[in-house]
Design a protein. Structure first.
Length: 459
């Protein structure tokens, strides 16, 4: 493609070093889609005769069929998917194929292809996030009455409903879905027509191309358009944050399935065994998800590092944007799918979770609140319950078994009904504030998410 300028053949080692078709081949449907729209603009401008326009359309569709059938031969010496398709097209239809690149550079061509790719994949990922949210909501519904200790610092804190814990992840994923949708707005800008960096003296109707490709607007600065990879960095960041949330869920599951917790059981289909220890049932999906999150972070940092020192406009360094992007998209899609399947089959061992919430110290804050409602300042009430806890640990007498007289030795403000507070179900019902885990609140949240998510998943 640049043989007119050079006297010597390109080094074979350089060809292998610089080729990208081994990974950017997957952009082929978007490259063909963009080329068809570009051909329409050339036709509308009177640059491309109708007969050649028809030949280009036929040739491009044939090439797409060959790629999808696995019969297309990708050539490393042609560097990338763009030149492979253009070369094949020219071989098929002759000079008309060579006209297709009029008023277009590979710089704006690849910018377009990657935007089309990202727009499609982000939309797919948003639906996969919904499917995982739905799996979590369905699990919450199956175990709506299950109670579990809530933890801070991995120490038992206060009782919550297990469904409330799962719905926390639904909230996280909803923010992720919102970020993906928001980022899609910035992806959805049409760069074709920017040329190599300064547009072209052959002026085409960019807005026509945008309409054909369903872009709501076109880029406004040709230099920025060909060098902008913000939308990829933003996508990689959002996928890394999705990975963060999946990793946190994975950590909970790893703890919950352990013998020490024993709160949930994963299906045999979603666990693995040990090559040495026959009794093992390992939560490999959760562990691998937790591990793959590191790859998502690495891909983001790889791109940011590539971008940080680049001058305007296009530099070949930008070829390094695709492998991190492809890897993160493939990784997060698999993680979302497999986690939705695993959660869908997960069972809660409600007897074990109920036993764990029998820890009387989970209701220490409720006792402090009781004193506050009797007029005791919170900091004083906090100190009283701290001393009462130390007394319970020293004597081995649980809160439920401490006599009322002893309670009043710590504070005369303790009422006659203090022992009535020491019940998990009573404590949960009392947590009726917005966002708190009372059964009524949790049931309403499950219904809200059911209404929000179900229509999108119903054919």
């Amino acid at each position: 493609m640049w043989k007119g300028r050079f006297d010597t053949e390109t080094s074979g080692l350089l060809q292998r070093f610089s080729e990208s078709v081994s990974f950017d081949w997957r952009l082929y449907p978007y490259d063909i889609q963009g080329s068809l729209a570009h051909a329409e603009a050339l036709l509308a401008a009177g640059i491309l005769p109708a007969e050649e326009h028809a030949e280009i359309g036929r040739g491009l569709r044939e090439i797409q069929q060959e790629i999808e059938a696995g019969t297309f031969e990708f050539r490393e010496d042609l560097e990338d998917i763009h030149m492979n398709i253009e070369s094949a097209l020219t071989q098929k239809i002759g000079a008309a194929g060579a006209r297709l690149h009029t008023a277009r550079s590979r710089n704006d061509q690849v910018a377009l292809d990657v935007r089309l790719f990202c727009r499609h994949e982000v939309t797919v990922i948003m639906e996969l996030v919904k499917e995982l949210q739905w799996a979590l909501v369905e699990c919450a519904k199956r175990h709506e009455g299950a109670v579990i200790p809530g933890y801070t610092h991995l120490q038992r804190g206060q009782p919550v409903l297990f469904a409330h814990h799962l719905l926390a992840y639904v909230e996280m994923l909803e923010r992720d879905r919102g970020r993906l949708g928001d980022g899609r707005e910035r992806i959805n800008v049409m760069p074709l027509g920017s040329g190599a960096l300064a547009g072209s003296t052959i002026v085409l109707d960019r807005e026509l191309v945008a309409r054909l490709l369903e872009f709501p607007r076109v880029t406004r600065n040709s230099m920025d358009a060909v060098s902008d990879r913000d939308f990829i960095a933003e996508t990689l960041f959002t996928l890394a944050l999705v990975g963060t949330h999946l990793s946190r869920l994975s950590e909970d599951i790893v703890l919950w399935v352990s013998a020490e917790f024993g709160f949930v059981e994963l299906s045999d289909a979603h666990t693995t065994g040990s090559s040495l220890m026959p009794q093992k049932k390992n939560p490999d999906i959760a562990e691998l998800t937790r591990g793959k999150t590191g790859r998502l972070y690495g891909n983001l940092m790889s791109l940011l590092t590539t971008l940080k020192g680049l001058p305007m406009t296009y530099n070949r360094d930008l070829q390094e944007d695709k492998e991190p992007l492809f890897d993160s998209i493939d990784t997060i899609k698999m993680c979302l799918r497999i986690n939705a399947e695993m959660i869908g089959a997960m069972k809660v061992r409600e007897d074990r979770t109920r036993a764990a919430t029998g820890d009387p110290f989970l209701l220490a804050t409720d006792l402090a609140d009781h004193l506050v409602l009797q007029g005791v300042p919170f900091r004083q009430a906090h100190e009283v319950i701290g001393r009462l806890t130390a007394h319970s640990l020293k004597t081995g007498v649980s809160f439920q078994d401490i006599p009322l007289e002893t309670y009043r030795e710590f504070s005369p403000a303790f009422g006659d009904s203090v022992h009535d507070l020491l019940d998990v179900d009573t404590a949960l019902r009392a947590r009726g504030g917005i966002g708190a885990p009372s059964p009524d609140n949790v049931r309403a949240e499950i219904e809200r998410w059911d209404e929000t998510l179900r229509p999108a998943l119903t054919p």
